[in-house]
Design a protein around this ligand. Structure first.
Ligand SMILES: Cc1cc2nc3c(=O)[nH]c(=O)nc-3n(C[C@H](O)[C@H](O)[C@H](O)COP(=O)(O)O)c2cc1C
Length: 329
């Protein structure tokens, strides 16, 4: 078990003068005991903040007394620690080389006192963050549905995951897409390539709902011809009524199996079964029709920005398109 080290900042003269007598009683900055009868100490990483808070204006030489808290306790001196601060209830046995591990002179720079190297608080590996959205990066998709009058609607979205042939989409309840899915339960899910990012942006301020829902009125306008507005081409589907988007290299035809209100309100979780997949043949391996992941470049939507995919870094042993299992360190 490692020794329990605690650290006391002392004025060098006070400390040196105490050594012949073997007893040091300055609580902090040369004053005697703190109220409550203790001497202050701290953890290594708190030394800099002690120097900044209490010694910044002092120019007398300082040192850090490194103490072994366990030894102090065995010598009958109570030591309490609380986070990075410690209290020592008794005079320090300044000539006792078991309790006093070492003393280290503190250097002063122009900016102030510098805690000895290795006694600086480590930079935090994480801090609490407050991003405005939690969209960490998923492919954007264009969801095709059919309106009451048989015309198509097309909307950008990103919230989804897939398991087997089921897709789970997060769809806002105030959208025309939601109305269409509730009414007819058929859809296409089309994945644009990075070079189609402008179509996504063009669609981002449009809704197929007329009138535009009140709280959307500032950012959205009604647009009955979303394909035209986005400069995209409708392509007939085989098994569902809504059209696909010709420019998208991967397209799913799907049927709604369940729509469940999201607990947060304002959106449904749409579980849709993919009944047919269409792919640009250039994405597929000739001999068996497997989709070659390296050729697949969806448009990634992350924290409201749009990206291409980066280079491949690895694969799973179960991949039918990999040359063999990945090599791990
Ligand atoms: C990049 C992007 C991602 C979006 N993701 C979603 C989403 O996952 N779910 C959703 O319901 N709306 C999403 N939206 C907002 C819809 O596109 C928006 O509600 C739009 O009004 C829907 O059109 P509609 O009313 O014609 O259906 C997203 C918009 C953009 C631009």
């Amino acid at each position: 078990m490692g020794a329990e080290r605690i650290y006391h900042v002392a004025i060098s003269d006070d400390w040196e003068m105490s050594v012949p007598a073997g007893s040091y009683e300055a609580a902090t900055r040369g004053t005697l005991w703190e109220d409550g009868g203790y001497i202050r100490a701290c953890a290594a990483e708190a030394i800099q903040s002690v120097l900044d808070a209490r010694y910044a204006d002092l120019t007398l030489p300082l040192l850090v007394v490194v103490l072994d808290a366990e030894v102090l306790r065995t010598e009958g001196i109570a030591v309490e620690t609380d986070g990075s601060s410690a209290r020592i209830y008794g005079a320090l046995p300044s000539a006792d080389h078991d309790a006093v591990v070492e003393t280290i002179a503190i250097e002063r720079a122009e900016s102030g006192w510098l805690a000895p190297a290795g006694m600086v608080a480590p930079a935090p590996t994480h801090v609490e963050a407050h991003p405005s959205v939690l969209y960490v990066g998923t492919p954007a998709y264009l969801i095709g549905t059919t309106n009451d009058d048989g015309t198509p609607n097309l909307s950008p979205a990103s919230s989804h995951f897939a398991l087997g042939n089921m897709l789970v989409l997060g769809i806002e309840t105030d959208s025309q897409t939601s109305l269409n899915l509730h009414a007819r339960g058929e859809l296409t899910v089309n994945f644009p390539s990075p070079d189609s990012w402008q179509a996504v942006v063009r669609l981002s301020s449009l809704t197929g709902r007329d009138p535009v829902p009140l709280h959307k009125a500032r950012r959205y306008r009604y647009e009955p011809d979303k394909f035209g507005a986005a400069h995209l081409t409708a392509q007939a589907s085989d098994l569902v009524a809504p059209p696909r988007v010709q420019e998208c290299r991967l397209q799913f035809e799907a049927k709604v199996r369940r729509m469940t209100p999201g607990v947060g309100g304002g959106y449904d979780m749409v579980e849709a079964e993919v009944v047919k997949v269409h792919a640009d043949p250039r994405l597929l391996r000739d001999r068996d029709g497997h989709l070659v992941p390296d050729r697949w470049h969806p448009l990634i939507y992350a924290f409201r920005h749009l990206f291409d995919r980066g280079p491949e870094v690895g694969w799973l042993a179960s991949s039918p398109t990999a040359g063999g299992p990945p090599e791990l360190d």
